[in-house]
Design a protein around this ligand. Structure first.
Ligand code: AMP
Length: 426
C-alpha cells in the first residue's frame, strides 16, 4: 500500500462540519459589516515581499521570522501574505481608488494567511482571517465603530463574553517622547533582557512590551506607562474612545502593554478576548494606522482596521448547522433510472436538495445507501410509477411506515410543504 501523504506542518484541511462553520462565520461577518457600509475586496494571496517589509517593519516578528518568502521563476521576491492590511492598501493605490476623509472606504476581506510560526493549539502556519479596513475619517467615533463591528460579529456567532483590550500608542510626538523614556528604563536592565529584546531596544523598543519572555515580562511590569506620555490631544482622543465604549456598553479593559506586533499602528490599538477557560489568546485585533496608504503611493489618510482569526472562532463557537429535509431519488430497477435522473434534475431546478442514488444493485441496497447519506424522504420510482406518471414518497424512520403515491406534477409542491414542516420541527 502506498504511504499516506500529510499536509505541510501547521496547515490543515477543512471539510464537512468545519466547512459549514467557516462559511457561517464568514457569512455572518459579511452581513453585519454590510450594515456598517463595508464591501468585499478580494486581493491576491501573494505580493511582492517589499509590500510587507515596508509596512509591517523589519523588526516585527512577522517580517523577521515568519514570512513565507520565495524567489519566483522570474526572479521576483514574493511572499505569501501574512496579513491583509498591507495588500488592501496596495490594492487601493494600484487601482487608483479615490479616498479622502469625506469619502471614506470600508473594505472587508477574508481568506488564508501564512506565517511560519510554531504550530500549537489555535496557531497554524496557514490560518484564515476576516479583516476590515475603514480608511478616511480619523476620529474616535470610527475607532469605536470598528470595535463595535467586531463585538457585534462575535456576539452574533455566540461569543457573549467578549472583552476588548484597548490602548493608545498616541500620535508621532507622544510616541517619540514615550519611546525615549522607555529606552532610558530598559537600558537599566539591558543585560537581563532576552536576546530578541536587546535587539528591539536598538530598533523598536516599544515591541519589548509585547515580549512573551518571562524575564522581559517581569521587567515590563514597572516600565513607564504610555498614558502618562500622551500629549493633550492624544489623551483627549483616547478618553473619547473610552467614553464611546462606555456609551455602547462594550466590555473593555485598558491594557497599556498592548502595542500589537506591527509597526504601523498609531493611536488606538485593540484586541478581542473571551473569558473562556478553553482559550486565552486573542481572537482578533487591530487599531488605527496613519500614513500606511501614503507609503504605497496613495493619499495621506488615516485608517482603522482589525482582523479576526477564523480558526480560533471555530474552536470556541457552539455551531449547529441548519438541518434541511434531504431527499433521495431511488429507482426500483434499471428500467426507471432515466426517469429518476430527470426527476432529480427537476427538483434541483426547483432549489430542492436531493440526491440521485445510483449505487446498490437492488431497491433494498439503494434505500440503505440513501439512509446512510442522511436522506429522510425517499422518492421511489418503480414500474407502476413509471406507467402512470407518479412517484411514491416514503419517510425514513417512520414508525407507521406511511407511503403515499402522488402524481409526478405535484411532487415539487408537496416537497416544499414537507420541507417547511421539517424546518418547524427541528
Ligand atoms: P494579529 O494581527 O497577528 O494579531 O492577528 C489577528 C488574529 O489572527 C489573531 O488574534 C488570531 O486570532 C489570528 N491569528 C494570527 N496568527 C495566527 C496563527 N498563526 N494561527 C491562527 N490564527 C492566527
Amino acid at each position: 500500500m502506498s504511504q499516506r501523504i500529510n499536509p505541510i506542518r501547521g496547515m490543515k484541511d477543512f471539510y464537512g462540519l468545519d466547512c459549514s462553520k467557516y462559511q457561517y462565520i464568514v457569512d455572518t461577518a459579511t452581513q453585519i459589516s454590510a450594515r456598517y457600509g463595508y464591501q468585499l475586496i478580494e486581493i491576491p494571496i501573494v505580493e511582492n515581499t517589499e509590500i510587507f517589509q515596508r509596512s509591517l517593519g523589519d523588526e516585527s516578528d512577522v517580517v523577521s521570522k515568519e514570512m513565507y518568502s520565495f524567489i519566483d521563476k522570474g526572479g521576483e521576491n514574493i511572499t505569501l501574505r501574512p496579513e491583509g492590511t498591507a495588500g488592501v492598501m496596495r490594492a487601493i493605490s494600484s487601482n487608483g481608488i479615490f479616498v479622502n476623509d469625506n469619502q471614506p472606504l470600508k473594505f472587508m476581506y477574508y481568506g488564508p494567511m501564512f506565517r511560519y510560526d510554531r504550530p500549537q493549539k489555535g496557531r497554524y502556519r496557514q490560518f484564515h482571517q476576516i479583516g476590515f479596513e475603514h480608511i478616511g475619517e480619523k476620529s474616535p467615533y470610527t475607532d469605536v465603530l470598528s470595535i463595535a463591528l467586531a463585538v457585534d460579529i462575535l456576539h452574533e456567532i455566540g461569543l457573549a463574553d467578549v472583552c476588548v483590550h484597548v490602548n493608545s500608542l498616541g500620535g508621532f510626538d507622544s510616541r517619540q517622547l514615550y519611546t525615549t523614556e522607555l529606552v532610558k528604563y530598559f537600558k537599566k536592565f539591558e543585560n537581563e533582557l532576552s536576546e530578541d529584546s536587546k535587539r528591539r531596544l536598538l530598533k523598536n523598543p516599544l515591541r519589548i512590551l509585547d515580549s512573551k519572555d518571562s524575564r522581559d515580562c517581569e521587567i515590563n511590569l514597572n516600565a513607564p506607562k504610555i498614558r502618562n506620555y500622551l500629549n493633550e490631544h492624544d489623551a483627549t482622543y483616547f478618553q473619547k474612545v473610552l467614553d464611546l465604549l462606555d456609551l455602547l456598553d462594550i466590555n473593555y479593559i485598558v491594557d497599556q502593554k498592548l502595542v500589537r506586533g506591527l509597526d504601523y499602528y498609531t493611536h488606538t490599538t485593540f484586541e478581542f478576548k473571551t473569558n473562556s477557560e478553553q482559550y486565552s489568546d486573542a481572537l482578533g485585533g487591530g487599531g488605527r494606522y496613519d500614513g500606511l496608504l501614503e507609503m504605497f503611493g496613495g493619499s495621506d489618510v488615516s485608517g482603522v482596521g482589525f482582523a479576526l482569526g477564523v480558526e480560533r472562532l471555530m474552536m470556541l463557537i457552539d455551531y449547529k448547522p441548519t438541518v434541511l429535509l434531504k431527499v433521495a431519488i431511488v429507482a426500483v430497477s434499471a428500467n426507471e433510472f432515466d426517469s429518476a435522473f430527470m426527476l432529480n434534475k427537476e427538483l434541483l431546478d426547483n432549489s430542492i436538495s436531493c440526491e440521485l442514488i445510483t449505487g446498490g444493485n437492488n431497491l433494498k441496497k439503494r434505500v440503505e445507501l440513501a439512509v446512510k447519506r442522511g436522506c429522510s424522504l425517499l422518492l421511489i420510482i418503480g414500474n407502476d410509477e413509471l406507467k402512470d406518471n407518479s412517484v411514491t414518497l416514503t419517510r425514513v424512520n417512520d414508525k407507521d411506515n406511511r407511503s403515499v403515491t402522488i402524481p409526478r406534477y405535484s411532487v415539487v409542491l408537496r416537497i416544499n410543504e414537507l420541507s417547511q414542516e421539517f424546518r418547524h420541527s427541528h
